[in-house]
Design a binder for this molecule. Structure first.
Ligand code: HEC
Ligand code: HEC
Ligand code: HEC
Ligand code: HEC
Ligand code: HEC
Length: 217
């Protein structure tokens, strides 16, 4: 027997087992953990756009309401991106010769929409709907961050399943009064209705929001 299993075989077997365990751990790290990190999720990344549109200038500075440009956010699943003529309501009067705005003028002249590139995107197998969140008191900021401070749009949250479930398990403390939904700088004050009062006001709580079929249908 000794000829078949020399003493060193023990050590070799242990080494093989150890490295297998190491491989499994590395595998878990790579296939499971890494894709969920903020880095892999491009959190805080900006995207190159045809025009360097600034929410900081237009929302923070000029005070334009989200709904002026994202017109369907209260009524549809999609928030919608503004068509060129929305920009031209102002830019046919101001900054009319700015080189930065050349793609906007070209888009209008040639009647070809500006191709904005996406910053936040969910996989197709997830159902999402803006209207219900707005109707139930969830502010844009909860998912998109301090948009009014962003010179270029960046992805503020990871948008993983865990991120959604975090709130769906206990939405009460994150709900806002109706007038605060579009205000990305809003903070709770002593005058804000309590979480329980907001839950009752919006009638949230009838459904189990962590049911798989809520988001996967
Ligand atoms: C309500 C009026 C208004 C609308 C609508 C508007 N803008 Fe502007 N925009 C301005 C003003 C005013 C400035 C100058 C801001 C400054 O310098 O503080 C500006 C500046 C800019 C600039 C120069 C860089 C900067 O941010 O200062 C770009 C680029 C621009 N706008 C793109 C757009 C695009 C694209 C749209 C449509 C999605 C749009 N704007 C819609 C008023 C508007
Ligand atoms: C003057 C028009 C205008 C206003 C007002 C405006 N936006 Fe936008 N928004 C745009 C344009 C144009 C884009 C596409 C370019 C970009 O990503 O910066 C955009 C992109 C976005 C995106 C990224 C969409 C994606 O996934 O690609 C979010 C999120 C967003 N806006 C949120 C808001 C919020 C929240 C408000 C109000 C606090 C707001 N916007 C006000 C014009 C506007
Ligand atoms: C509960 C989280 C959440 C809230 C609240 C929210 N959004 Fe979004 N938003 C998303 C997600 C997720 C996407 C990507 C959707 C997709 O890929 O199908 C998105 C995409 C967008 C887009 C890109 C165009 C589109 O419709 O896909 C814009 C613009 C936008 N949101 C603006 C807003 C504005 C303005 C508000 C506040 C009125 C708001 N969002 C509130 C999660 C949210
Ligand atoms: C900050 C809190 C919050 C976050 C974050 C959030 N939700 Fe919600 N969600 C709610 C509330 C509140 C409701 C409304 C519950 C009700 O109607 O009783 C809701 C409802 C929904 C519904 C039900 C829509 C319908 O018409 O039946 C879907 C789907 C949904 N959310 C998907 C998502 C997804 C996907 C994400 C992550 C990208 C997300 N939510 C993130 C608070 C949140
Ligand atoms: C509040 C919305 C929401 C609910 C409820 C929800 N999911 Fe998800 N799920 C998501 C989102 C968002 C993603 C996409 C995450 C991403 O981009 O990787 C996802 C991704 C997944 C994936 C793909 C693998 C992964 O983890 O990325 C599986 C599998 C899955 N969900 C299963 C489930 C099951 C099973 C349930 C019920 C126990 C459930 N989900 C409930 C939002 C939800």
């Amino acid at each position: 027997m000794a000829a078949i299993f020399p003493p060193a075989a023990n050590l070799a077997a242990k080494l093989v087992l150890l490295s297998l365990a190491g491989l499994v751990l590395a595998g878990i790290g790579w296939w499971w953990l890494f894709p969920r990190t903020d880095y892999a999720r491009h959190v805080d990344w900006t995207v190159d756009q045809p025009v360097p549109f600034s929410h900081q200038h237009h929302v923070g500075g000029l005070g334009i309401d989200c709904r002026f440009c994202h017109t369907t956010v209260e009524v549809a699943g999609n928030a919608g991106l503004p068509p060129t003529y929305t920009c031209m309501t102002c830019h046919s009067q101001i900054w009319t010769n700015a080189a930065l705005l050349a793609p906007v003028r070209r888009s209008l002249a040639e009647n070809v929409p500006i191709r904005w590139r996406r910053v936040t995107d969910l996989p197709d197998y997830v159902y999402f709907n803006h209207a219900i969140h707005v109707a139930k008191g969830v502010g844009c900021e909860s998912c998109h961050g301090q948009v009014a401070d962003m010179p270029l749009m960046r992805k503020a949250r990871s948008m993983t399943m865990g991120f959604c479930l975090d709130c769906h398990r206990d939405p009460a403390p994150r709900l806002r009064p109706p007038e605060a939904i579009f205000d990305t700088q809003w903070h709770r004050t002593p005058d804000t209705p309590s979480p329980a009062a907001l839950m009752a006001h919006y009638r949230v709580g009838g459904r189990n929001l962590t049911d798989c079929s809520i988001c996967h249908r």
